[in-house]
Design a protein around this ligand. Sequence first.
Ligand SMILES: [Zn+2]
Length: 264
Amino acid sequence: METRDSMLQHVDFHIRDGRSVSLQDPWCDGLTMANKFRHRIFRSVNLPRNANLDILMVNGSWDLNLLQGQELQQLREYLVLRPIHTSADKLLWNNGKFSYKEAWKICRFQAEEVSWYKFCWGKARPRWSVTTVFVMLNKIPFIVNLQRRKLCLVSRCSLCQSAIDTTDHIFISYRFSKDFWSWLGEILKWNMHQFAEVVSLADLFNWFQVVATVGFHKTLFPAMLWGIWKERNARLYGTATAPVIVAMLEVLDIHSILLSDLLV
Ligand SMILES: [Zn+2]
């Protein structure tokens, strides 16, 4: 709906004989006649809603005689200033200057820029990036998220049964995740003191930005989230669990780094 309204600000109805434009089209500066001139306008004019615009015209001009009365004054004043064009009825984009680039800019949904996006793409494998986007936007269907969709479920982590099943719990405070981050920090000789204060994904990302100072470390953020998510599902659904080092080795492989170099 928002996109439609934005687009309508860039289109213009050029009226010639009004036969191709419905009274219910948004031909009044991007608004329908009812929206621009009160919703009761059709009753005042006594016109069928499904009529075309030519019903308001006579001999190629606006039929102002049809629009008598105080209630229709605004509409009369609007039509007096509304030009009748010489070519056929047309719907024009930006006065006939259409560009895909411009249209895309208007149609696309633009969310607020997030600070973690630079860690998400680049050298990250697509599966890490996609998982990271879902995790950071809290779109993973954990029970608390499903409850928001009115599903009646008990909100308890299916793995440890000792906490509410949330994104923060699975990626930060669940035992496996804690060990995973600590293990990584130990290998990379990160300062892990502040990790104890991390309780949310926002905290996690802020902490990560401080400790991950070497270029390739950035790729570890999406890799770690993916590794945790993969392991969580493997444990939950009883499939083969993969050691967390798999994600780490993939990152090192991308950057042609040997794990033994980091362990020195
Ligand atoms: Zn748990």
